[in-house]
Design a protein around this ligand. Structure first.
Ligand code: FEO
Length: 165
């Protein structure tokens, strides 16, 4: 039986992951407006992945017999100062999400909820990848600087990302 505290924490995180999907869809729209379709595709794939994260939490809660609670979601930002600023925001956001999962893991362990501990391990590993992939793009954009050709090449590479990457 899953505790009320753990149920609330995982419901909260499920709703956050739905917000994350909307944040990245908003970033995709921003990149479309800059005529950077590759970055827009990368963000769309990221949004699909975030919906997948929310559904993993949904599935776990259902399997544990917990009540699912869908909350109102705040609107994500719609504008960033530059492609670099958008990817920096994505990186910082992922660092925040990593801390959220660390807190859920700590709660699961303190509650001796081993099913949630094992379930959350996947997310802890996933967050290492999420931070690394966004940081890698930040570093590349910094290297490119004001070189338009470099940004075009990067955009083409980002466009190769599929939803499951
Ligand atoms: Fe599901 Fe990128 O956090």
């Amino acid at each position: 039986m899953i505790s009320k505290k753990m149920t609330d924490a995982l419901n909260l995180q499920m709703n956050r992951e739905f917000f994350n999907a909307r944040l990245y869809l908003s970033m995709a729209a921003y990149f479309e407006s800059l005529n950077l379709p590759g970055a827009a595709q990368w963000m769309t794939a990221q949004a699909q992945e975030e919906t997948g994260h929310a559904m993993r939490l949904h599935h776990h809660l259902r399997e544990r017999g917990a009540r699912i609670v869908l909350a109102a979601l705040e609107a994500p930002p719609t504008q960033w100062d530059s492609p670099l600023a958008a990817f920096e925001a994505a990186y910082e956001h992922e660092c925040k999400v990593s801390r959220q999962f660390d807190e859920h893991m700590a709660l699961a362990q303190s509650e001796k909820d081993y099913a949630s501990t094992i379930f959350l391990q996947w997310f802890v590993s996933e967050q290492v990848e999420e931070e690394a992939s966004t940081d890698e793009i930040v570093q590349k954009i910094k290297m490119i600087g004001d070189h338009k050709g470099g940004l075009f090449m990067l955009d083409r590479a980002l466009g190769e990302r599929k939803a499951d990457d």
